[in-house]
Design a protein around this ligand. Structure first.
Ligand SMILES: [Zn+2]
Ligand SMILES: [Zn+2]
Length: 90
């Protein structure tokens, strides 16, 4: 499945926004739809009004970042744990 964002014409991979108010079935990048929503509050194809909850998109986006950050912290914790273990216990 290859989806391209109609705003920047780049490929969409993981994070995307899909309009629920019209049947165009277009996927946008979260960042692109936030930029677009500041200029126009209509669908880029059919011109139908779309109500985008920007905070909801941002929260969804940051949720993934928080999960990734937590994983990095856990990884570093184990890294240091083993480092200290080898330094002081052997
Ligand atoms: Zn885009
Ligand atoms: Zn539309």
């Amino acid at each position: 499945m290859n989806f391209t964002c109609p705003i920047c014409l780049d490929k969409i991979q993981i994070f995307y926004y899909k309009s629920k108010n019209c049947n165009c079935n277009i996927r946008y990048h979260n960042e692109c739809v936030i930029k677009w929503h500041k200029i126009s509050k209509t669908c880029i194809y059919c011109g139908k009004k779309i109500n985008i909850d920007l905070n909801k998109i941002r929260n969804k986006y940051y949720e993934y970042i928080v999960i990734i950050l937590n994983l990095i912290i856990i990884l570093f914790y184990y890294l240091f744990y083993y480092l200290f273990y080898y330094l002081f216990c052997i």
